[in-house]
Structures are given as C-alpha cells and as structure tokens.
Design a protein around this ligand. Structure first.
Ligand code: HEC
Length: 212
C-alpha cells in the first residue's frame, strides 16, 4: 500500500508540473513576442454609437466627457472597463470566441491575438462563464437606448433574463450617470473593428444546421 501511495504522490506532482507548464509557461512563451497594443494605438476611429451617445444625452455627455473626440472616447471606454470589472459583468459574460462547439456560428470568427493583445484586456476579461452572451463583438448590435433600458431593468427587454438591474447607473430623474455612459460607450466599442461580423452572429437558421 505504501508503494502505491508514493506512486500517487509522484503522479500528482508530475501532473501538476505538466499543467503548470502547459497553462502557465506555454502561453507566455508563445505570446510574449506579440506586442501589447496601448489603448491609443487600438482606438483609431470613433464608432458611430459614441457620437450618437453625445446627441442622445447631450447634457449628461458634455458634463461627463466634454466633446466627442478620440481622447474622450479613450477616457469613456477606460472608465467603462473599470466599471465592467467593478460590477463583475465578467462573471456572466465572456469576451473570447472559443475554437470549440461551433462558437463561430453563434458569435463570429474565433478570437485572434490582434483582438485581445492590448491593454483593454489587462487584466484579461475572457471570462470562463457564459450566463449571458459573449460580448467581444457587441458593437452596434443594439442601440444606445436599448443598452440604457437594459441596464435599468433587463427584464423590461428580455423577460426571463437573469441579469441584475443596475438602477445606481441612473440619477433620481432616471437620467444616465457618467458610469452608465461609460459602460454603454465600452460595450458599443467592443468589436467595433469587426463590423462585418454581426450579420452572421446569432444566426438562428445557421445554428439549426442551415446555411451559414
Ligand atoms: C447574473 C449574470 C449577469 C451579469 C452579472 C451581467 N449580465 Fe449581462 N446578460 C446576462 C444574460 C443572461 C443576458 C441575456 C438576456 C438579456 O438580454 O438580458 C445578458 C445580456 C447582456 C447584453 C446584451 C447581449 C446581447 O448580445 O444581446 C449586454 C450588452 C450585457 N448583458 C452587458 C452586461 C454588463 C455591462 C454587465 C455588468 C454591468 C452585465 N451584463 C452583467 C447575464 C448577466
């Protein structure tokens, strides 16, 4: 019996070392040469939804971010990311299309390093759970108003949603706070570089086995 005990111990240690190498060391070795883009490098154009946000909520937008510009966009999406982390949105949403389970049919092409090797993914927000849909290509899928109404009370939009309501994103007059504007700017920016994708995502016919 003691001999078996030693074998299990050795097998355990070897498995741990193998796991550490495969999941800890290998990613560093393969990805360290891919440059990590700064937010300024990443943000080259202003998505139309950001300009819309300034038109739709002019007073709140100006108070929060001033004019529509690349600088105010960067400020908004960075604040949006901070709130995305603080509110634990990542607990239910992923930001990574995986190369398994035909995810490309649901969410578009498998995510590539160009998409996620950047400071907006540090700490990385790939997520491990999908209580809600993947958000990496969320830009333009819904309108800004849709997002505001959805944050205020998801069940007004999707009756069986388990997503929590975020009433503290709004002031006593139910107008959006800086935090709400930043989060909407952030989700509307995610995947704004891949505008051609939304035509295929959530393609129900394709998921049923029809043409993609
Ligand atoms: C308890 C899990 C949960 C949490 C936490 C959560 N969501 Fe959701 N979310 C969902 C579910 C489920 C849906 C799908 C149903 C719906 O539209 O409400 C969803 C839908 C969405 C959608 C629409 C996605 C689409 O493609 O239609 C967006 C955008 C979104 N959530 C953003 C957020 C943000 C931002 C946060 C954090 C402030 C957040 N969610 C927190 C579960 C969650």
């Amino acid at each position: 019996m003691e001999r078996f005990g030693a074998s299990f111990l050795i097998a355990g240690i070897v498995t741990f070392l193998l796991g550490f190498f495969l999941q800890g060391v290998m990613p560093v070795l393969t990805l360290r040469k891919v440059p990590v883009a700064t937010v300024e490098e990443l943000v080259q154009t202003i998505p139309p939804e950001f300009s819309d946000l300034a038109e739709e909520y002019p007073v709140e937008f100006e108070r929060a971010f001033g004019e529509v510009s690349l600088a105010s966009l960067v400020e908004a999406i960075e604040l949006g990311k901070e709130n995305y982390i603080a509110e634990a949105c990542w607990h239910c949403h992923s930001q990574f299309v995986r190369p398994v389970s035909k995810e490309n049919i649901r969410f578009g092409p498998v995510s590539t390093p160009e998409e996620y090797q950047n400071l907006m993914q540090l700490p990385h927000l790939f997520g491990t759970r999908r209580v809600g849909p993947d958000l990496i290509r969320q830009a333009g899928k819904h309108s800004n108003d849709w997002h505001m109404a959805h944050f205020y009370e998801p069940r007004n939009i999707a009756p069986y949603s388990v997503m929590p309501a975020y009433p503290w994103f709004f002031d006593e007059n139910k107008r959006p706070t800086k935090r709400a504007l930043a989060l909407v700017a952030y989700v509307q920016w995610l995947g704004s570089w891949a505008r051609e994708v939304p035509g295929t995502i959530y393609n129900v016919d394709a998921m049923r086995g029809g043409d993609q």
